[in-house]
Design a protein around this ligand. Structure first.
Ligand code: DC
Length: 219
């Protein structure tokens, strides 16, 4: 298989994929695809009662991804909707929709079209197993449910939201089970992926480990 210039980062929720992807693209000047954001956008537009065809058109025509330093913002017709996309209601619907074959199929080409030959970092659940099977470098980033719950706890607390640690751990375990047991595109590491368990690693440590692999792989 001819390999393309893509670095995939897959893994469970709150494993730090997004933060690692941003660190890599900002350090090396690569392009980025946050595939989870596409599932969230699909949910956002279906809540607005757009038909499946219209949803795809809205994403293609009216959405802009802006990478400002350490934040990827999503703009719809000049409105920054990043925060709305992170809401629990959207997350829940995105999770439901992401198990449907027609939704995954509809988003497939949009995801592939992010690649134009320049090095692309794509994070999600099935980047290395389905969407970019032909990626040159595949990373599977994970961490224990307890550690991921701790990270989510801090994130939510920073946003001023009430949080309950045991409920967060239970929620993460439930989502892991759902993600990895679903029939279509389950969350599993690609055979040729490099596994990183970041339970006891800081983002800096994960980044410097991946940085050396990227330098070797992409010169
Ligand atoms: O990574 P995230 O939380 O933004 O993802 C939102 C939802 O989309 C989540 O339920 C998992 C799903 N998803 C997926 O099924 N496949 C992807 N490649 C990315 C996300």
């Amino acid at each position: 298989m001819t390999k393309i210039n893509v670095i995939t980062i897959d893994g469970p929720s709150a494993s730090g994929k997004g933060a690692l992807a941003l660190r890599i693209v900002n350090n090396f000047g690569f392009k980025i695809l946050d595939s989870g954001a596409l599932y969230r956008l699909y949910a956002y537009f279906s809540k607005m009662n757009f038909s499946p065809v219209e949803i795809i058109n809205q994403i293609k025509m009216n959405i802009i991804f802006n990478n400002h330093k350490n934040r990827l913002s999503i703009v719809y017709k000049e409105d920054d909707i990043s925060l709305e996309l992170r809401s629990e209601a959207i997350a829940k619907l995105a999770s439901e929709l992401s198990s449907k074959k027609e939704v995954r199929d509809a988003l497939f080409n949009i995801q592939r079209n992010f690649y134009d030959g320049d090095i692309l970092v794509a994070d999600g659940r099935d980047m290395g197993t389905v969407v970019f099977k032909d990626a040159k470098l595949k990373i599977f980033l994970t961490a224990s449910p307890e550690e991921r719950a701790k990270r989510r706890y801090l994130e939510l607390q920073n946003r001023g939201q009430e949080v309950n640690m045991p409920a967060l751990i239970a929620d993460i375990k439930k989502r892991d089970f759902k993600d990895s047991s679903r029939e279509i595109s389950p969350l599993i590491p690609a055979e040729d992926s490099i596994m990183i368990d970041s339970s006891e690693m800081s983002l800096d440590e994960v980044f410097s480990f991946t940085e050396s692999i990227i330098r070797k792989e992409f010169n």
